[in-house]
Design a protein around this ligand. Structure first.
Ligand code: SN0
Length: 326
């Protein structure tokens, strides 16, 4: 695997899942593979799990890491081609990305959606500038439209539970919109939907009207506007807030966070088939999900967070193997 910015980089998903379970069973088995290799982690946005789990994954493979927070620790980067830089941006991404890349073997980037410029977000402007000017294998740490390492960790988690609980049917997985005080990107739900459609599960997506996601990620999934109906008989409930994607309302919240009718509560979970609760974290307690759910035995959120290391390590391992051959 040369670069990893979406599930489209994965030719064989069941094989990748098996590779992840192998990594999980023996995390230090490949601790020489990354020797003298450097992973650069570039953050345009905040991070807790992604930052630490990806560094931990690199350490398990014997790699070195360089971490940089753009803007606060670097010069403010200019992202527009042809810009006349007489304002507050100090260095163009052409030089910035190329310099970072010169110090690294693999470049990892987090660049959220702006939620104001739909065209730039949809075209993955920042990530693609990095791809172009870094000229190094590229790893997404959540881009404008996707969060593939999160979705991979989510899939590993579902697979482990499916095996542990000896589920015989295809699991019913429900992705539910949840309220939030701030408008958030669509990257996590887009990516989750895209991965689940490739996985051996039945995916149902539920959200209030107006929160339709980009069809390229959801096509084929059942979409319901009635959350209770969607939750019926679910094996996994994945809650996430996202802002509107459609043209007139792009990046905005249509419902106030004070409307808690979509909050995942114990009563909502009782509609499921003894379902497990999932969230990528961070989550706003008692807005997206009630304490009683997050603190219950049905919550998989810490299991998912642990699997972030496994997902990152499995991908980095394949990228390192590719570097070695190349
Ligand atoms: C990010 C998002 O894409 O929704 C990262 C999730 C992994 N979440 C946030 O930015 C949360 C911010 C907040 O104010 O709760």
């Amino acid at each position: 695997m040369n670069s990893f910015t979406s599930v489209h980089a994965v030719p064989d998903l069941p094989a990748l899942l098996e590779a992840a379970l192998e990594v999980k069973a023996q995390p230090l088995q490949w601790n020489e593979l990354g020797r003298n290799r450097t992973l650069g982690l570039v953050f345009f946005n905040s991070s807790l799990r992604t930052r630490l789990s990806t560094q931990k994954a690199a350490l398990n493979l014997g790699m070195n890491t360089l971490v940089v927070n753009v803007g606060t620790e670097t010069w403010k980067l200019e992202l527009q081609d042809g810009a006349v830089m007489d304002g507050d941006t100090v260095e163009h991404i052409k030089e910035g990305a190329a310099v970072i890349a010169a110090y690294c073997d693999i470049v990892a980037v987090r660049a959220f959606a702006s939620l104001t410029d739909k065209a730039a977000d949809t075209s993955e402007h920042t990530l693609e500038q990095f791809r172009r000017y870094a000229q190094k294998p590229l790893l997404s740490l959540e881009s404008a439209t996707r969060h593939p390492l999160q979705s991979f960790a989510d899939l590993i988690t579902i697979e482990e539970i499916r095996r542990r609980e000896k589920m015989t049917r295809r699991p019913k997985v429900v992705l539910s919109w949840a309220p939030h005080p701030k408008a958030l990107p669509q990257a996590v739900p887009n990516s989750f939907a895209e991965w689940m459609r490739r996985a051996d599960v039945d995916l149902v997506i539920t959200h209030p009207e107006g929160y339709e996601l980009d069809e390229q990620f959801t096509k084929g999934a059942q979409i319901l506007h009635n959350q209770d109906e969607a939750l019926h008989d679910a094996d996994f409930v994945y809650a996430k807030n996202w802002s509107a994607f459609n043209d007139g309302n792009y990046g905005t919240m249509l419902l106030p966070a004070t409307d808690r009718s979509w909050t995942i509560t114990g009563d909502k979970m009782r509609l499921t088939n003894n379902g497990k609760f999932m969230h990528c974290l961070p989550t706003r307690r008692n807005v997206e999900v009630a304490d009683e759910v997050l603190d219950s035995a049905s919550s998989l959120v810490l299991h998912q967070a642990q699997n972030r290391v496994v997902a990152a390590q499995t991908i980095l391992k394949q990228m390192l193997e590719d570097l070695k051959e190349g």
